[in-house]
Each structure stands twice: as structure tokens, then as C-alpha cells.
Design a protein. Structure first.
Ligand code: SF4
Ligand code: SF4
Length: 193
């Protein structure tokens, strides 16, 4: 069933008959959030096991880096540019970051180069950190499993999420150009990335 109320940035009266309704994801759907947890958790669980085996302190440091990045830095550089951030709720409602408080205002312009560098660097640090400790410990099976699930996660993320994501200036965004144009036509408040 189609949701009738367009998102805040959209100037259309209704989502009914919107040609891109099924091609880009404007509205939160719980199943997509659960699917995200399912594809993201294996790499984090294996990474956590590898670090915990090495030492509690290495595990706690990773945990803190993840918290700092996904709760604050990532939200600031990435999500504040996302149309989901302009919705009226005090908490984010999206297929990845559901329930996080909105500490800043929505910024309808594209991510800057510096923000993109911070985002990619954050991802790289988070996913490469456990590799160093698994190499020290020579946990080859765990290492191969971890790398496999990180790549599987990135492939599925790109295929299932980035292809339909409304945050068009994210460096991972992969929405088709024609759909992008149509979305921007409907959402004139968003500056063209
Ligand atoms: S672009 Fe606007 S009308 Fe179309 S699905 Fe998204 S919110 Fe609804
Ligand atoms: S869809 Fe992506 S960019 Fe938008 S709020 Fe969610 S995590 Fe942030």
C-alpha cells in the first residue's frame, strides 16, 4: 500500500502516482532496517571476537571508535545532509540509523569534499582496525571470515541500499541519474549535488 504523505522536502501533494515511488526510498520501512542489521552484524560480530581474543582493551577502543563515529561524526558529516534529517521528529527514522537523536539542523546542501574524506576515513579505520589484531594473533580463519563478511556487507549495502538512497551527495550513492533528476524535481528544497 502506498504512503500518501510525501516527505518534508517534497513539494508533491501526495505520493500516489509518483513515478519514482518504488525506485527510490523516501519512507522508512522496518523490514529494510532489519535487513540492514542482518547484513551488517556478521562483520561486527567477527571483528569483535577477534579483538576480544586479543585483549579487552583493544575491543573497548574499537567499541568507542564505533560509538563516536556512528553516533556523532558520521551523523554530522553524512546524515545532516539527508532528507530524512529534515523530517519533523526529534529522532532519525531511516533504514540504517533509526532512533538516533537529531542534534543538528538539516543541511539541504551537498556534502563537502572534506566531509566525504572524513566519512570514507571513518569507515576505513573502523573496518581495518580488527584486521591488524587478527594478523598479530595469526587468526587466519577468523581473518578470512571477517574480510569475507565485510566485503559481502559492502556489496549488499551498495546493491540494496545505495541504489535507492535519498541522500544523493553521499560518495556511495548509486541512484540512477534519471531517477535522481525526477527526485530533485519533486524536492526543490534540496540543492542539486
Ligand atoms: S518523491 Fe515525493 S511524492 Fe515521490 S515518493 Fe518521494 S516523497 Fe513521495
Ligand atoms: S539514509 Fe543514510 S544518510 Fe540518510 S539518515 Fe539514514 S544513514 Fe543517514
Amino acid at each position: 500500500m502506498m504512503i500518501e504523505k510525501p516527505i518534508n522536502t517534497c513539494s508533491k501533494k501526495s505520493c500516489n502516482n509518483c513515478e519514482i515511488y518504488f525506485k527510490i526510498t523516501c519512507h522508512f520501512k522496518i523490514l529494510q532496517l532489519l535487513r540492514f542489521y542482518a547484513i551488517a552484524s556478521p562483520s561486527f560480530i567477527l571483528g569483535g571476537i577477534g579483538l576480544y581474543n586479543y585483549s579487552l582493551i583493544s575491543f573497548v577502543i574499537w567499541f568507542l571508535i564505533i560509538g563516536l563515529f556512528f553516533l556523532f561524526i558520521g551523523i554530522r558529516v553524512l546524515c545532516t545532509h539527508c532528507p530524512h534529517y529534515s523530517e519533523s521528529s526529534y529522532f532519525l527514522r531511516c533504514w540504517v540509523n533509526y532512533g538516533l537523536p537529531k542534534l543538528w539542523n538539516y543541511r539541504p546542501w551537498p556534502m563537502s569534499i572534506l566531509e566525504k574524506i572524513i566519512l570514507i576515513s571513518g569507515f576505513s579505520i573502523i573496518w581495518s582496525y580488527p584486521v591488524i589484531f587478527m594478523l598479530f594473533e595469526k587468526k587466519w580463519v577468523l581473518l578470512i571470515g571477517y574480510i569475507f563478511f565485510v566485503f559481502l556487507f559492502l556489496i549488499l549495502l551498495r546493491k540494496l541500499y545505495c541504489k535507492k538512497c535519498i541522500n544523493l551527495s553521499c560518495p556511495m550513492n548509486d541512484v540512477d541519474c534519471i531517477i535522481k533528476e525526477e527526485f530533485l524535481k519533486n524536492n526543490p528544497l534540496i540543492n542539486n549535488p
